[in-house]
Design a protein around this ligand. Structure first.
Ligand code: TEU
Ligand code: CA
Length: 538
């Protein structure tokens, strides 16, 4: 049985979850001490963002040793204990597999830049062009160009992400052998699978110039190519031996690509994260946000519900601003937080809850760029400064899109530093909202966002239609979203009002849940109201 079709998966960003030793940095013993929280929420698996040794230029997405644990987070024994303690609570562990690139501090890179066999071609190295310019015209994900000169080697290396994240070269067969070895290493320790970072970019077909684009020139040379499909099938052979699960982070993926990546008979990925619904509030590139409009958002969700048999459902992760200020409304914090929870837990697919989402955490309250840690935000700041964009405007752009918004420490209680650390300062600023947004308060409040998440998780367990049922949309207007989930005789309708004004919908039924106190349902929704109805048989 595919356990992951019935499970809720919870993402932990280890640096910000729970500090256990007072150094201001979250760690694995800290995670272990909070497993009961996750069990109470009803999660079936944890996706652990990277915990490997790393210089942390991109907080662990720049790995310097794939077979160890960052000493800041603990040791291998702590990881073993986490796997065991989670298992005792019926929770599986998924590791983050970051194999598009390594840190430039990885031993492979050190050897590759010195041309030591067999590491010589582990990365994409290239000389300057005859006119002295960069090897090609590609541009990278974090706003910089993607070639960096290396004095030791006397060549440039390719990096689609930060300068210290060098892309691995899968044309060199040893690289895939290394990756297979890494998979076995963790699977042998008992992890249940992997979340695969930017997995559809692995294979670069050539280093030829790309067609000029506003962002990511060169994309056609590495986006979801046949070579990547081949790599995934080879990795699957290892994974199958352990019945392991994989969810791919697949950027710019289209439904056609997604079907190829996830079709069970092709033996590549089990599941993937698509991005379309997360991009409906942006112009051209992710750093230019416009106001959120519900309709295109609903349409993107409907499209993917219809195009794929099964989706990864998410509204937040460590790369995205928080969902309440983004898709909901701060002024209706509790109502819109519950409404978004309802959407997340009633669409067809596997829901992913990002740490803090279950208590309605909101975006950071930083005052300026000097409080930022995110390598992407710091790059954008540098680039905008070079174009003389005034500081005020720069900050407005960055504050709205910075990945640090979702990376501030988890707000456990209203004690110092929100109960995250006993240190004077956490590694990243704790959001002052913790005085009124924290788990401890919400635990004792049956009406809290936390209680709502728990309740919906329970409802999902009870109603198979909410898990396995098909999806049928009934209404999707500029503010109202209504859809039905049906399995055999069991049929449930969800109606959501994405606005601060009352709304009407056509559906009726027996009221199962509402984020307002009410007895029955006559088709009228309060501001940001979410209702779940049991459809009456005709
Ligand atoms: O993110 C991939 C990615 O494409 C990001 O650029 C994403 O679009 C962006 O962060 C949104 O602002 C993955 C990881 O999730 C991210 O944390 C890493 O920084 C990145 O890969 C490189 O490993
Ligand atoms: Ca610590």
């Amino acid at each position: 049985m595919e356990w992951w079709k019935d499970a809720i998966i919870y993402q932990i960003y280890p640096r910000s979850f729970q500090d256990s030793n007072g150094d201001g940095i979250g760690d694995i013993p800290g995670i272990i001490s909070r497993l009961d929280h996750l069990q109470e929420l009803g999660v079936g698996a944890i996706w652990l963002s990277p915990v490997y040794p790393s210089p942390n230029d991109d907080n662990g997405y720049d790995i310097s040793d794939y077979k160890n644990i960052n000493p800041e987070y603990g040791a291998l024994e702590d990881m073993d204990r986490l796997i065991l303690e989670a298992k005792r609570r019926g929770i599986r562990i998924l590791m983050d597999l970051v194999i598009n690139h390594t840190s430039t501090q990885h031993e492979w890179f050190e050897k590759s830049r010195r041309r030591i066999v067999p590491y010589t071609d582990y990365y994409y190295w290239a000389p300057p062009r005859p006119d002295g310019s960069l090897p090609n015209n590609w541009t990278g994900f974090f706003g910089e160009n993607c070639w960096q000169w290396d004095d030791v080697r006397g060549e440039y290396y390719l990096h689609l992400f930060a300068r210290t994240q060098a892309d691995l070269n899968y044309h060199c067969p040893q690289v895939l052998d290394e990756v297979k070895d890494i998979l076995r290493f963790w699977l042998d320790r008992g992890v249940a699978g992997f979340r695969c970072d930017v997995i559809n970019l692995l294979w670069k077909d050539s280093l030829a110039d790309g067609e000029k684009r506003l962002a990511l020139t060169g994309l056609e040379h590495y986006l979801t190519l046949e070579g990547t499909h081949g790599i995934l099938r080879q990795l699957r052979e290892v994974l199958d031996g352990y019945r392991a699960f994989t969810v791919g982070e697949t950027v710019f993926v289209t439904p056609d690509m997604a079907r190829d990546l996830c079709a069970p008979e092709r033996r590549e990925l089990d599941l993937l994260f698509s991005f379309e619904h997360m991009e409906t509030d942006q112009y051209f590139i992710k750093w230019l946000k416009r106001d959120f409009r519900p309709k295109p958002f609903f349409e993107a969700l409907i499209k993917w519900q219809q195009e794929l048999p099964w989706n990864a459902i998410y509204l937040e992760n460590h790369d995205q601003p928080r969902s309440i200020p983004r898709f909901g409304c701060d002024g209706w914090w509790r109502e819109s937080g519950k409404l978004l929870a309802t959407l997340l837990l009633t669409l067809r697919g596997t829901p992913f809850i990002y740490q803090g989402q279950e208590i309605g955490m909101v975006d950071f309250d930083f005052d300026g760029v000097d409080q930022l840690n995110d390598v992407e935000s710091r790059n954008v700041n540098r680039i905008l400064s070079a174009y003389h964009v005034p500081e005020g405007l720069r900050w407005r752009i960055i504050a709205r899109t910075s990945r640090d918004n979702a990376r501030t420490p988890m707000q456990w209680d209203d004690g110092p530093n929100a109960g995250f650390t006993t240190a004077d300062r956490a590694w990243l600023g704790v959001n002052r909202s913790y005085h009124f947004v924290n788990l401890a308060d919400q635990e004792s409040d049956p009406d809290s966002i936390w209680s709502w998440y728990k309740d919906l998780a329970k409802l999902r367990r009870e109603r198979e239609a909410l898990r396995r049922g098909d999806f049928l949309w009934l209404e999707a207007t500029h503010r109202v979203f209504v859809y039905r989930r049906r399995l055999g005789a069991e049929s449930v309708t969800v109606a959501l009002n994405f606005s601060g004004r009352p709304a009407r919908v056509g559906s009726r039924g027996t009221l199962l849940r509402s984020n307002y106190r009410r007895d029955g349902f006559d088709g009228r929704l309060q501001p940001w109201e979410a209702v779940i109805l049991e459809d009456r048989p005709l």
